[in-house]
Design a protein. Structure first.
Length: 313
């Protein structure tokens, strides 16, 4: 079966955290057989070449010392899924059925051009830390990200194309606050609590590069808008270009309302609860006690259809 989603995970020297991440993904995914994990590992780090009994894990082996942009690009080149998601090895997936919830949201759109991001518990809706996009988008963009980024601004770069698209009238960013991918990369601030701190030296390299690539992202946003529109006329294209010409900095388009925020209600209607109970009882007649417990757990963890979501804004 062709994977629907490829998780791209650059990793080095942290097999314990990597194993925890793989276990959490396999345990919480409703369809783990439809996932593939691309571990991007250095040639001198064989300890990171893990496998997993419930996940299709592939290895993209690269020379040591590559930039994070190059690592993610290598992972994308090795992937085969219809969608790709950039992920870290210090993440724990917490939400049962997260994959079904994500694809339920993607079905809102008539085409594959959307960006979905989950709640990383640090940046939350402020930045799409673990972007999930389609292969069709990557092909239009020329890859998952420019390989020149050292470490930072990769997520910003991907999100910014969709922020610019929102400025053109197409909201295609979906944020799922109830889908938790806990990011274990924080320091304790005395007032704010757990916060993410970047390395100033590396940020000083990537921040100017991010600014320099704004014209490239504008052109990508224009291509996206044209593909979504179908056959735009010259007048519309001229208006789009004029709109983006007025954008002097990427952070100018990070405005409230650019994202579609969708919440997952954990309550279930009485009718569905009764249906769940009836199904479990019927299955329990054919199973032993352990099978009964397993049936209850699996059925209650199963996500409902897209109609169960609530669009907050």
């Amino acid at each position: 079966m062709r994977p629907r989603l490829s998780l791209i995970v650059p990793t080095r020297g942290r097999p314990a955290k990597l194993r925890r991440m793989l276990d959490s993904v396999a345990t919480t995914a409703y369809h783990p057989e439809r996932l593939e994990v691309i571990l991007v590992i250095d040639a001198d780090d064989p300890a990171s070449a893990l496998t997993h009994p419930r996940l299709k894990v592939r290895h993209a082996v690269v020379p040591p010392g590559r930039t994070m942009g190059a690592l993610n690009s290598a992972g994308y080149d090795a992937s085969t899924g219809d969608y790709v998601m950039l992920l870290n090895d210090d993440v724990t997936a917490r939400t049962p059925g997260w994959d079904a919830l994500v694809f339920g949201c993607l079905r809102r759109f008539p085409d594959p051009f959307a960006l979905v991001h989950v709640n990383d518990t640090l940046m939350r809706d402020n930045l799409c830390v673990f972007p999930l996009v389609s292969r069709a988008f990557c092909e239009l963009a020329g890859g998952i990200c420019p390989p020149c980024y050292h470490r930072y601004r990769i997520d910003d770069h991907i999100e910014d194309a969709f922020n610019l698209l929102a400025a053109l009238g197409e909201r295609r960013i979906v944020y799922l606050p109830d889908v938790i991918f806990e990011h274990d990369n924080a320091v304790q601030h005395p007032e704010a609590g757990p916060v993410y701190l970047s390395d100033p030296a590396v940020l000083a390299l990537d921040a100017p590069l991010f600014d320099e690539l704004l014209p490239e992202r504008k052109e990508l946003a224009l291509r996206l808008r044209a593909v979504i529109e179908g056959r735009p006329n010259a007048t519309a294209e001229g208006e789009w270009r004029a709109t983006l010409a007025a954008v002097g900095h990427s952070f100018d388009v990070r405005r409230p309302g650019r994202q579609i925020v969708i919440r997952w209600p954990w309550w279930r209607p009485v009718r569905e609860r009764l249906a769940v109970l009836a199904g479990v009882v019927a299955r329990a007649r054919r199973k032993n006690a352990s099978g009964f417990v397993r049936a209850v757990r699996n059925r209650l963890a199963r996500p409902r259809a897209i109609e169960s979501f609530t669009v907050v804004r």
